[in-house]
Design a protein around this ligand. Sequence first.
Ligand SMILES: [Zn+2]
Length: 141
Amino acid sequence: MMDRFPKGFDPVQHGLLRTLYGDFVPLLESIRVRAGWYGIVDEMFARLGRLRNRRDFRVLSVATRGAGNLVVETKGNASDVPDIIHEAHEAAYRTCEHCGQPSRLVVKVGLEALLSSPDIELGDRLLCVDCADEFMTEIGL
Ligand SMILES: [Zn+2]
């Protein structure tokens, strides 16, 4: 079975962010988080986009590293950026990577998952109870 929640936004979602926040938003391939965090990333860009003195500030990439860990790579400086990114990071720790609901569980996706789902991306995921049940059934854990 395919991984129904691959990292990365769909091009339509990404295009919308680009329309709203311009090239402040990194390239599609530089956003490597799952769909459930779209709201967090959208909110983060909305807040960053309202900053003054952000001329040399850029977001280079947005990624998930390990379950619930949002990593935002930036270049340049603007006041209040650290707070905004910190709050996005904190929100990610409480948010299901698949659906955006409050998260409860870390599902470990090890090599054994490849037996039933060869296309699954390995690595732990932070999920809500419903998504965790569904996902573990899907990948045969
Ligand atoms: Zn969920």
